[in-house]
Design a protein around this ligand. Sequence first.
Ligand code: NAP
Length: 292
Amino acid sequence: MGAITGKTKVVGIFGYPVEHSFSPAMHNGAFQFLGLDYAYLPFPVHPDNLAAGVNAVRALGLAGVNVTIPHKQAVIPFLDEVTPEAELIGAVNTIVNREGWLVGHNTDGQGFVTSLQKEAGVTPEGLEVLILGSGGAARGVAVQLALAGASNLYLVNRSLDKGAELAQVISLHTSASAQGIPWTPQALADLSHRVGTRECLVINTTPLGMYPHQHTVPPHILEVVQPGWLVADLVYNPVETQLLDRAAAKGCRTLSGLGMLLYQGALAFQLWTGHTAPLKTMEEIIHMSIDN
Ligand code: NAP
């Protein structure tokens, strides 16, 4: 971080806990690289204090904040406006302060779609997509893929009602078709058979495989993936998860969660500063943060 001056613009992240976040290092490194007079701070906002925290963005004149677990959905009623995408997703991860008028965005799904295009060379149009998990990150990714032209989305979740509810939102508001699928060996085998040789994108949006449980793998999926499918993991710590390693051994292409982390951050950076984010610097900082 450069020297703080009377003109320094302040951004940050609201989460609880927030100590694990790589975002302060990533954004401060990017501000410094571009010589921008901004500072990014971690704010451990207890859920009971969320309304006061959002009012503080206005009262203290922060330029904006990222919002992470557990506030992404709960923050919406306290904002002045949310983008149509964030409204469909039902979650906000970036707030922009436009002279006291707080606008909620969701850059998670767009971050994933950008990573898919730039790093795997795959565009969403016409894709078959099998998503494991139906939590906050799954909602962002699924809605954005549907808006970007994916054809069919299969939402596989252990709590079937959550997958079915997300499928209903997508079917009602986008041109994609979507359905909730129970997370059983038989349902996954049937799905694999139905997709057949068409190009399929499998995305793990659960925390299974994430440090310190890096030896866990989402159940039953490796038995049904087919060579040539693209398997993506939103988990980025470790970068190469067991799921990705074992899918590659079965002839699948793979995509790590690092790109989504990078591009969702880059989009937030651009929303606050109006500058294109220095991707290479941000990526180096993420790698250093993971290695520590
Ligand atoms: P979340 O809202 O808590 O959702 C977690 C989902 O995983 C839920 O659908 C949950 O199922 C499912 N799940 C959890 N444990 C499971 C288990 N043992 N077996 C089967 N399903 C299980 O969390 P989130 O915010 O979506 O985050 C999920 C993951 O994505 C985290 O690892 C996070 O680090 C990662 N993420 C990465 C990025 C990135 O930039 N790469 C961005 C956001 C999130 P139920 O619905 O049945 O509870």
